[in-house]
Design a binder for this molecule. Structure first.
Ligand SMILES: [Zn+2]
Ligand SMILES: [Zn+2]
Length: 172
């Protein structure tokens, strides 16, 4: 099995000191995680599914606190507006797999993985296009990967999405 193009992101932050499990950014991280799980349907890594039961709430907050920082949850100027990270090429076409930890790109030709909490970082890739006609009539600035996945996923639902490419001058 070829390992080329395989990326696994790991946060080396040491876990120390007292965790502030009431920090407002943790509420945001937790609600993003729940939103992401809804968005994903059934295709969620086992370790995420296990943490979402009410008895594990404190454990979940502790894990979020130790693996993320508040600035991981915000977009960058001129950046993609999708509130979580995906595959650089295929965006949110990610899935959990029974035999391994984390999220994996579901494109059959692409071996790309990101750890469970790494996926919760806001996408910070430069926006290259704006999508309109999405559910809720909103517009969404997207990076290359998220343009691919949003158009792909909208097409399953039969939604007509308009893609407006941004000039190269816009990319930050
Ligand atoms: Zn991919
Ligand atoms: Zn993106």
């Amino acid at each position: 099995m070829s390992m080329s193009g395989f990326v696994f992101r790991r946060d080396d932050r040491w876990f120390g000191g007292a965790a502030d499990l009431n920090a407002p950014w943790l509420d945001l991280a937790e609600s993003r995680l729940r939103e992401l799980v809804d968005y994903q349907g059934g295709s969620v890594p086992t370790e995420v599914a296990e943490l979402l039961v009410p008895e594990c709430r404190e454990e979940l907050r502790l894990r979020l606190w130790s693996r993320l920082r508040s600035e991981d949850l915000v977009p960058v100027p001129g950046g993609c507006e999708v509130p979580w990270s995906g595959c650089p090429d295929h965006g949110d076409l990610m899935e959990g797999r029974a035999a391994s930890s984390g999220w994996w790109c579901s494109d059959p030709g692409h071996r790309f993985g990101v750890d469970v909490f790494g996926r919760l970082r806001h996408c910070q890739r430069p926006a290259i296009a704006v999508l309109s006609g999405l559910e809720g009539a909103r517009t969404l600035a997207v990076c290359e990967g998220h343009r691919y996945s949003e158009v792909e996923l909208a097409s399953y639902g039969g939604e007509p999405v308009t893609v407006t490419d941004l000039g190269s001058g816009r990319a930050a």
